[in-house]
Design a protein around this ligand. Structure first.
Ligand code: ADP
Length: 160
């Protein structure tokens, strides 16, 4: 069976991997826009036991599930190891990522090219962030939260 045949007939499932520590309105917008292209979007929270995040994995999962409670095309999972291996386990043909800046592009380009070399059947797909979300990063949102600031403007409504 040819590679092209396999790609054409794969279920259109995208894995959206990230730390999502925490999930922001920038992430939410990428997922909602991707739903017009894909049958299923799996939001995959990367877990690293050596480097636990600010918010616990299970909290992040719970919060994201709450946001997409009424959207059956969205699945939320915690994973560890290589993203492409996770994609294969889930029979997902696409990796979804968001691009905010040229720095994001350079970083994402290297990851996508490495992924393509190790798993040619998986395509990386990029969405440009909406201009109003370009400045929103989980790092800054965490920083605001850490110092007791209000983060409700940056995270989906009713998430926490
Ligand atoms: P990672 O640690 O893998 O970079 P993040 O949770 O920070 O995980 O981001 C996951 C994905 O979401 C990345 O592709 C990132 O570029 C994208 N992203 C992050 N913030 C935004 C935003 N404000 N708008 C659009 N995409 C974003």
């Amino acid at each position: 069976m040819s590679l092209n045949y396999k790609i054409r007939n794969m279920n259109k499932t995208a894995v959206f991997p990230g730390s999502f520590d925490p999930f922001t309105i920038g992430h939410e917008s990428i997922v909602n826009r991707a739903l017009s292209l894909f049958d299923t979007v799996i939001i995959a929270i990367g877990s690293n036991s050596q480097k636990p995040g600010y918010f616990p994995d299970n909290k992040r999962k719970e919060w994201i599930e709450k946001i997409f409670m009424h959207e059956p095309k969205v699945i939320v999972e915690v994973f560890d190891g290589l993203t492409v291996e996770f994609c294969k386990r889930k029979n997902a043909g696409f990796i979804l990522r968001g691009l905010r800046t040229s720095a994001d592009f350079e970083y994402e380009r290297a990851i996508a090219q490495i992924n393509k070399e190790i798993s040619p059947q998986i395509e990386s797909v990029f969405f440009l962030t909406l201009p109003e979300h370009t400045h929103i990063t989980s790092t800054l949102v965490r920083e605001v939260h850490m110092h007791g600031g209000d983060i409700t403007k940056f995270v989906p409504e009713g998430m926490m």
